[in-house]
Design a protein around this ligand. Sequence first.
Ligand SMILES: [Zn+2]
Ligand SMILES: [Zn+2]
Length: 413
Amino acid sequence: MANTVKAVILRGRKTVENVVEGGLDTVETVVEAGLNTVETVVVEGRKKVETAVHQGRRTVENVLLHGRTTMKAAVLHGREDIRIEAVPVPEAGPGELIVSVGAALTCGTDLKVFRRGYHARMIVPPALFGHELAGTVVEAGEGVTGFAPGDRVVALNSAPCGQCYFCARGQENLCDDLLFNNGAYAEFIRIPARIVAKNTLHIPAQVPLEHAALTEPLACAVHGFADSHPHPGDTVAVIGGGPLGLMILHVAALAGYRVIAVVKHDGQVEAARQLGAAHVVQATNIRKAIRETRALTEKDRGVDIAIEAVGVPESWEEAVEMVRKGGTVNFFGGCAVGTHVTLDTNRIHYSDITMHATFHHTPAMCREALDLIASGRFQASAFITGHAHLYELNRVFEKLMNRGSEIKTAIVP
Ligand SMILES: [Zn+2]
Ligand SMILES: [Zn+2]
């Protein structure tokens, strides 16, 4: 009897437990499903709002941009002939960006182009020109995912293909199909899809646009210095006090190397000191410059590394004469087409001299350069010695040709 009662109670308890458990499960399922529904509704709602905001912003920007059919831009027509003209505002094709130029910097290459009226690889007049820029995205073409209107960006002047023999070896600066972009001296510039995908970078909030625009030349300087394979404790001579010579010496000094700046013009002496040169050799005579530079090394043995950043044959020869036995020379400055140099083969061979020649930059170097600018250690403002409006571009280049103490001028459209 007792057993029967016990069995009934047990069975009863089990039934109750099953019911309770089942009930709990049901409640949980209901609650879970409810939460899911609520979340879906919230997420969907948020998405709709975001899309509406985005569409709205795009519409406003498109109206701002496309309400205008023309913009002001510098057009190079030939030797020392720049005209500010009204040209069609570019539109973004698939993968492309339209950037409102915040600052475009003058550069030695542009000065050469201004003087010669063309650039063998990049510019055939009449053409838009200028290649160091930073600005704000105003239009993103179909399929662009990394950028949206309002983003502050620095778009580099080139991008490698990523597929050729050189790209596969990490030598993207030598890409067989390097795509160049010009047209920074304008209100707006179109950024081709490949540059958007590979060489357009977001600018950290604390970095002014004109500082970010230094990314391109600085990438070349960082590349040139890295390519010279410095060792701790090295003494580095940098020949040339132009923008790139000064940048290389600054990069080397920031990395803790002892730098000797070899410059020509008075205005460059102070800049070289300010940017970290331990010594400045100012000599118009090359033999004297070599002697004075060697005298700054122990037993006149010569510097460990000499980087030529002028781009004339005499300076290339000078660089070879400045390094110690076993030293490294970097022919960083590009000379005019057809230039030949005469080098002392005995000295190169019996002194075991390593020679490099660094050209351009790679996507990795561009990122390194922007990081250096954003670090705050790089004296970006020292490189921008003037500001001018687009309309003053001719005058700015004429002034640069006369080699004052100007380093770079920020052109603000
Ligand atoms: Zn440049
Ligand atoms: Zn390539």
